[in-house]
Structures are given as C-alpha cells and as structure tokens.
Design a protein around this ligand. Sequence first.
Ligand SMILES: [Zn+2]
Length: 253
Amino acid sequence: MALGLLGAHSIRAHIEKQKQLFFRILCRTSPGDICSQLFTHRLFQGLNNSPRLLGFIPDILSILNTYDLGTYLDQFLLTGLFPPKFAWKKICTCVIHNREETMWRDRLDLCSDFRLFRGCHWQLREYPLWTIARTNPGCLSSVKFLTSVCCRRASEENDTCHRCPQPRSIDVEHMLFHCPTTSTKISIAKFFDDIGALSVPLLTLLRGCSKDDMLAYMLGKIDSNFCECLDVDLFPNYLSLCYALIRSLPYDI
Ligand SMILES: [Zn+2]
C-alpha cells in the first residue's frame, strides 16, 4: 500500500534499472578499448552459459530476459548498434514501470484485505489526494484522514458490527450505508446538498454510481469522469465535505 500511495517502484527495480543503463554504457564503449574487449569476451561467456561466470554479465542477461529486452542485445551483437542514451532510458523506465505496476496490481487482487484500497487507487502513481495536498497544504489533515480510511483492511469473513450486530466486511462502508444504529441517511442527504451547491454534474455522478464507487470517490478516487464533473480549484472544498461526512461516523476510524 505504501509503495502504491507513493507511486514508487521497489528497490530491486531501481537496481535493475541502473544495471540496464550501465549495460548501455558498456555496449557503447569504443571497440578498441580494453574495457570493451573484456566486456565482449565475458558477454560471450555469459551467452554460452559458462558455469564459472559470476557478477554483472549473468545478472544483466537475466534482467534483459525478464524485461523482454533481448532484441536490443541481438541487435547489438549483429550490428554493434545500441539505442541512444535518452531513448534507452525511456525504454527501461517504461518496461520497469509496466512490470512493477502489473506485480503491484496482482498483489492487490490476490488478497481481499485490499478491496477498499484497490477501489480507490488502481494505478501505480502518486495517490491523487497527496498531489492535491501538496498544492493545498490546508487540506493535509483531511487527506491524511481519508487516506488512512482508504488503507483500512477488510474484516474477517464472520466479523460483525459491534452496534447492530450485522455482518460487515468494511467498517466504514457498513457505518455509512448499512448500519441501522446510525443516522447517516441524514448526513448523506446533507452531503449531497453540499455537493449539489459545489457541482451539479458531480452530484449526478455520485447519485448514479454504486455504493462501492461512491465510497471510493469519497476516499480519493479521481478518474476521468470525476475530473469532468469538478473544477480542479474545487477539489479541496470537495475533500473537506468528504472528510466531514466520514469523520462524523460513530466509529473509531
Ligand atoms: Zn452496524
């Protein structure tokens, strides 16, 4: 979750990217250099699966294979050509990000603990609420609170509410939409009134979506539909309304 909120890659991915960039430097050294000759010699040892070869060459061959970059190695071996510095950096950044995002999403899909989180945040990039907080420091406390709610794990299958007691999976969802002991219908009605004053298209969007989506929008989901309905300048006002509603729930969130 932490890496996902930051939109950050793993340390392993950073190391592999540095190795990919270093590989290009080696490929671009002048053929007359002793360094280039040594590199070529060891590269062919690696390609021939020399069992005694350790270190950078086996690592980079494995990395190129992992990221499906073998065609660039083949091209280099055939022609001696390799992509220019910025093109290669762009290629490496792109393949690493795609792989990291796929692995991150797979991890979220594997575990029901992340059901609420993946509804709010499904792309490996900085959580949009943090971006808003950076340009609007006044809403930082709201952002911290909403983000902490978004990161709450779903409960065990047979968990029940302490107040009703009905089965519940996600406590905030239960308190907001299902728990008969709360007066959230009035709170939600007031929330909709305030949203209507802010943006009628956004009110229409929230009223028309599922409860899962509505909760996700309240906790920071910002997609293209949302952006079409609300001016960027009004995001902090919207967040303060969401914060007031979720914070008012009679539960220790
Ligand atoms: Zn309840």
